[in-house]
Ligand binder design. Structure first.
Ligand code: BGC
Length: 745
């Protein structure tokens, strides 16, 4: 008691002598005033021209401030895997800086594959620090569009096929970024699930599917992550462009979800002045590719929300109601970022960020198959490891579209293995196949020359020859970030390995009895050669530390715990998309747009495969470890729950193998008797648990009625129907270890 009194007396003295000096200037400049007070004060001082000025770009990646009032311009940057190198003021060409080589973090699909919310927070904090250092206010990411088709060119920038997983993983990223006074800009809102005709395709989606599959991750980013900005997508929904889509922006985002941040258009996504003004767009970016086009001096003034808006206001076509709302949001973002009370410098290309990139990437590597425990590599002194394949050496940070980065360095898989073994083993590389030899993208050059004019036969013969006396053969192939692979603005043609890689795998399998295949990709790759490999590893675009992270898993330094964030089908045709109407959509004669019908409804990914009993090659949530886990004593805390209550479901998990490791325990909910057709099961919880060999832990999930609900179109809201439910606890969507029935009263 005495100690408490002394402390509180000290606190009183401190507060009396160090209280804030009275702020003499305008409220908006007072960093300690409430953000909303600052917003109102600044708004009241602005002219009409200054207000309109804030709603459009002034360069490729910045929008206007109010110089007269000392309110800074807003700097935007891609996103989402690192801080994009500077481009020229009005053009996409590189600005030629020598100090903008960033830490490349793993692709977001790699982050999603960690199923680890701590990793997501670490990612957000680290990239947020890099953004702050580079004086960026808005980071254009993360992306959470659902992997509806394995062919979507941007799956690598997103967080998989499940809305719950993407929602749980996006929020910590957003929080981590924003802790640095940088706004995350969650993209691309919404139902933007293909690159084919991305600016000309209208997504035709029913309300239930919209709410159950395509919106939850955005909602989580807004309501749980507290995102300060969101990017409208290029496509249309309901026949209206998404950058000014009334239902998505005004009714749902700003209305139902209470979003108080800024809606930024995708670059060139704003198409119609009146809609943009009235339907919730706040900042228009990238309209026309070259900022100088269309006017002698400053064509940004010709943007839909610049001079045409001002003219409309002056002529009385619009009132300032929408304008003030837009400006309030932009000011709020500025007071949360560049004019926030606690400025910080951030950090850039530092050991901590390299370490974070390595840890996150390794945690997402998925061990798909491990026959006879061929992995981890058991390498004796003087052993020979033959690494085959272009992806073992190809620099992968460059490419992919707007997520293209210039990185401080990049460790490829070959170098990762060489670093791991040093002089202990001979690690040699042979080409195997020629894929895509381009090494420059958006004028960022890797300096690598991958040209090789030898025929496939010669390359395969060379690989086979080298493999014959190897202790291990590790094929590193997959996709890359060039057109029609994992790449913005184009989709893939099929789900198989390109460039004749299967022939190389077939030939190597003949001569190697310890044959490991590493598939590097950002979207599902079917593996008809599965039986030929002793071990199969799903790697990703891991960024700066990619090769070291992969080597950490292959050598056993890191026990794998990554899990697939999407299903991998045997072949594309097994999936839910059966018609051209569904994908890529149909353009009728005379119609301006492609109509893409989401006829499969909520049956996306494992929801389709499980409900229709279609076998998959690798199930959603699948991933092996070098140890194994047993589940026991799964139970619900009570037999039933009330509609306004919660329910605890627990399970004991024991590490029954010989090494320590992480298990990802997954909770799915099934509603066997419902008034509508529901998927066989849906993910509603997951926990990553670390167990030493022999150790047991109890994992507990808490669910409520929201986890049992479907979107009821008749009610226009969520509906949890009383009756029997099942909690399915397992290690993947296809490996359910326990079923716990319970009732909703
Ligand atoms: C992409 C966005 C990106 C923007 C700015 C667009 O083409 O769709 O994701 O943030 O360009 O580079």
């Amino acid at each position: 008691m005495k100690r408490i009194m002394i402390l509180s007396a000290a606190a009183f003295v401190l507060s009396a002598c160090c209280s804030q000096p009275k702020f003499e200037g305008p409220v908006y400049l007072n960093p300690n005033a409430h953000v909303e007070e600052r917003v109102e004060d600044a708004l009241a001082r602005m002219t009409l021209e200054e207000k309109v000025g804030m709603t459009t770009a002034q360069s490729k990646f910045s929008s206007r401030g109010v110089p007269r009032l000392g309110i800074p311009e807003v700097w935007h940057t891609d996103g989402p895997h690192g801080i994009r190198p500077e481009v020229l003021w009005d053009e996409w060409d590189q600005a030629g800086w020598t100090n903008d080589s960033c830490t490349a973090f793993p692709a977001l699909v790699n982050l999603a594959a960690t199923w680890d919310k701590e990793m997501s927070l670490l990612y957000g904090r680290s990239i947020g620090e890099e953004a702050r250092y580079r004086k960026k206010d808005i980071l254009l990411g993360p992306g959470v569009n659902i992997c509806r088709t394995p062919l979507n060119g941007r799956n690598f920038e997103y967080m998989g096929e499940d809305p719950f997983l993407a929602g749980a993983m996006v929020s910590p990223y957003v929080k981590g970024v924003q802790e640095n006074g940088v706004a995350a800009c969650v993209k691309h809102y919404a139902v933007n699930n293909q690159e084919f005709q991305r600016t000309q395709s209208n997504s035709v989606v029913d309300d239930r599917t919209l709410h159950e599959i395509y919106l939850p991750a955005f909602k989580a980013a807004v309501q749980e992550g507290g995102a300060w900005s969101i990017m409208g997508s290029y496509n249309l929904y309901n026949g209206q462009y998404n950058c000014h889509n009334k239902k998505l922006l005004v009714d749902i985002l700003k209305g139902d979800w209470g979003f108080d941040g800024v809606v930024v258009s995708d670059w060139g996504g704003c198409r119609v002045s009146e809609e943009a003004i009235l339907n919730g767009l706040d900042i228009e970016m990238g309209t026309w590719t070259n900022g100088l086009r269309g006017a002698a001096s400053d064509s940004y003034r010709n943007y839909h929300m610049a001079d045409p808006y001002l003219k409309g206001l002056r002529e009385g076509k619009y009132t300032t109601k929408e304008l003030d709302d837009k400006v309030r949001r932009i000011l709020r973002l500025i007071f949360r970022t560049s004019m926030r009370p606690e400025p910080n410098y951030g950090r850039f290309v530092c050991p901590e960020h390299y370490q974070a990139a390595r840890e996150i990437s390794a945690a997402g590597v998925v061990l798909l198959k491990n026959e006879d425990n061929v992995l981890p590599l058991k390498v004796a002194e003087g052993a020979k490891i033959v690494v085959v394949g272009e992806n073992a050496v190809k620099k992968m940070v460059v490419g992919g579209g707007s997520s293209n980065l210039k990185t401080a360095y990049e460790v490829n898989p070959l170098e990762g293995l060489q670093n791991a073994f040093g002089d202990k083993a001979e690690v040699v590389w042979v080409r195997g196949y020629v894929g895509d030899t381009s090494t420059s993208y958006n004028m960022v050059d890797t300096g690598q020359d991958l040209t090789d004019n030898r025929s496939p036969e010669v390359l395969i013969a060379e690989a086979v020859e080298a493999a014959k006396d190897a202790d291990y053969v590790i094929f590193v192939g997959g996709l890359n970030k060039s057109a029609h692979q994992d790449n913005e603005s184009t989709d893939r043609y099929d789900t198989f390995l390109p460039y004749g890689q299967q022939d190389v795998i077939d030939a190597l399998a003949e001569v190697s009895d310890k044959f490991v295949v590493v598939n590097i990709s950002g979207s599902p790759v079917s593996m008809p050669w599965e039986d030929k490999a002793d071990a199969i590893v799903q790697g990703w675009y891991g960024g700066t530390e990619s090769g070291n992270a992969l080597a950490d898993v292959l050598t056993g330094k890191v026990n794998p715990s990554g899990r697939l964030p999407f299903s991998i089908p045997f072949k594309y045709e097994d999936g839910p998309i059966k018609t051209e109407r569904q994908y890529p959509g149909i353009k009728e004669e005379g119609d301006q747009f492609w109509q893409t019908h989401y006829d499969e409804g909520v049956y996306v990914g494992y929801r389709w495969y499980d409900s229709k009993n279609v076998p998959v090659q690798w199930a959603f949530g699948h991933g092996l470890s070098y140890t194994s886990f047993e589940y026991s004593d799964a139970k619900a805390a009570k037999a039933s729950m009330k509609a306004d209550g919660t329910m605890k479901i627990s399970v004991n998990v024991k590490n029954v193998g010989e090494c320590d490791g992480h298990e990802i325990v997954q909770l799915y909910i099934a509603d066997p008797v419902a008034s509508i057709d529901r998927p066989a099961k849906e993910l509603k919880g997951f926990e990553k648990v670390y167990l030493k060999a022999g150790e047991t832990a109890m994992v507990t999930f808490e669910i409520d009625a929201a986890d049992l609900s479907f979107y009821d179109v008749a009610k226009g809201g969520w509906n949890a129907e009383p009756g029997e439910f099942q909690a399915l606890i397992g290690s993947s969507s296809a490996d359910i270890r326990a079923t716990v029935p319970f009732e909703l009263k």
